[in-house]
Design a protein around this ligand. Structure first.
Ligand code: ASP
Length: 418
């Protein structure tokens, strides 16, 4: 049976198992939730263990190859152009729908806010100064510390610089280095394929645990907010992305692309982490979509951290929803500030679960809304995180096709391999 089908079955079984077990269910006297957590965490750890060597080797190789052919600046500009354009479109979709549906406006009294310890800890002391810090970390003072703390932006910066200057040296030193990084990259890709064999089990554990913890009933007053975010994400995912694939990516049948990226989409959905999904995204784009290593090894690792359309869109809808809820009329200038900050923070935040919440706190502070309102979003955040992460990595993959097309490469969709 094809892997995406296996993962889909695992998802359905996980939803049933998680609903049945809740937080208290037991199997043979052992907490079912603990079993789900164990299986899920094992899979997640296996994916995460691949990420650092994969990102570093992929970017160094990608940039060295580009630098050698003098194409680094050109492709870099196209890539950044794609990221900014799609991010902007996503934010505009979010902004339009939240203003149209007005999920936060009702006759009810504004909700009572409780300071939620978990949220307050995550966002304490985070003012707009934090935005500066996010970008300061881009140049890491210690690359090993950046790797240990999984600070992708810093690692990416170092790898780009390293790759660029590797392409400037010649002789045996260059060959040794290039062979080394190529070998490391190839091994990491094989490990990814091996880990993905366990994806159905891992996905089952991750999703069953999430369902058991959240349940489906608690949405209540947030139902309209939920619907707004889902509609906005769906518009970006099902209308904007295929149009870009068709008219900028040169893909005649965009549906092929969804089929080819299915394993990565389902992994993103289950892990809520673009960074953890990156190995699968890379494997899918090379083996099932057929984009060259030269393009994908540069565009995808960068995209997993920098290009987060779903996240930018979500931040925007969330902030405007909170403003509506508390009857705060945001001026046009303030709405523009929300858009700019949503784009900037979506670039800066890490590809990890619930990263948006920290970014939203930065925006709330900037426009003078109560931070505690973040606690309200927690109830629906997990499910929305699963969806926006899928949109995030999907946009990365579309970016790879677009850049490949602009670079004159033909994309073949062999859809073989895992
Ligand atoms: N979980 C998202 C990602 O990894 C980030 C976020 O929006 O929280 O892409």
């Amino acid at each position: 049976m094809a892997l995406p089908i296996q993962i889909l079955i695992a998802l359905v079984l996980a939803a049933i198992a998680g609903t049945l077990s809740g937080t208290t269910g037991q199997v043979f006297g052992i907490s079912a939730l603990a079993v789900f957590d164990f299986i899920g965490t094992l899979f997640l750890n296996a994916l995460k263990m691949i990420v650092i060597p994969l990102v570093v080797s992929a970017i160094i190789l990608g940039v060295t190859n580009l630098g050698g052919q003098g194409g680094f600046g050109r492709m870099g500009l196209k890539t950044i152009g794609y990221y900014l354009t799609t991010g902007f479109i996503a934010v505009v979709i979010g902004l339009s729908l939240v203003n149209l549906i007005k999920p936060g406006i009702s006759d009810a009294e504004p909700p009572q806010l409780e300071a939620n310890a978990q949220i307050m800890m995550a966002v304490e002391g985070r003012g707009s100064g934090d935005l500066v810090e996010i970008f300061l970390r881009m140049v890491p003072d210690n690359i090993f510390a950046a790797a240990v703390e999984m600070q992708m932006l810093g690692l990416i910066f170092f790898s780009i610089v390293f790759g660029f200057f590797l392409s400037r040296i010649s002789g045996p030193g260059r060959d040794t280095m290039q062979n080394f990084w190529q070998g490391l990259f190839d091994v990491m890709m094989l490990i990814t394929q091996w880990v993905m064999k366990f994806a159905p089990y891992g996905v089952f554990g991750l999703v069953a645990a999430a369902v058991a913890r959240t349940g489906f009933e608690q949405f209540g007053s947030l139902a309209w907010f939920f619907v707004t975010v889902v509609l906005a994400l769906a518009t970006h995912f099902l209308i904007v992305m295929p149009l870009i694939l068709r008219f900028v990516g040169g893909v005649r049948s965009p549906w092929q692309h969804y089929r080819a990226m299915a394993p990565a989409l389902l992994t993103a959905f289950s892990t809520s982490s673009s960074a953890s999904t990156l190995p699968v995204t890379l494997a899918n784009i090379e083996q099932r979509v057929g984009v060259s290593n030269r393009v994908s090894s540069f565009v995808l690792p960068l995209g997993a951290t920098v290009n987060m359309d779903g996240t930018a869109l979500f931040e925007c809808v969330a902030v405007l929803f909170i403003a509506q809820l508390f009857g705060v009329e945001l001026s046009f200038a303030q709405q523009v500030l929300v858009v700019v900050l949503a784009l900037a923070t979506s670039i800066g935040v890490a590809g990890i679960p619930s990263a948006s919440l920290v970014a939203i706190s930065v925006i709330l502070l900037a426009v003078g809304l109560p931070l505690e309102a973040l606690g309200l979003l927690l109830v629906v955040d997990r499910l929305l995180d699963m969806m926006r992460t899928s949109v995030n990595i999907f946009s990365d993959s579309v970016g790879a096709v677009v850049i490949a097309n602009l670079e004159g490469e033909a994309v073949s969709y062999p859809i073989s391999g895992n």
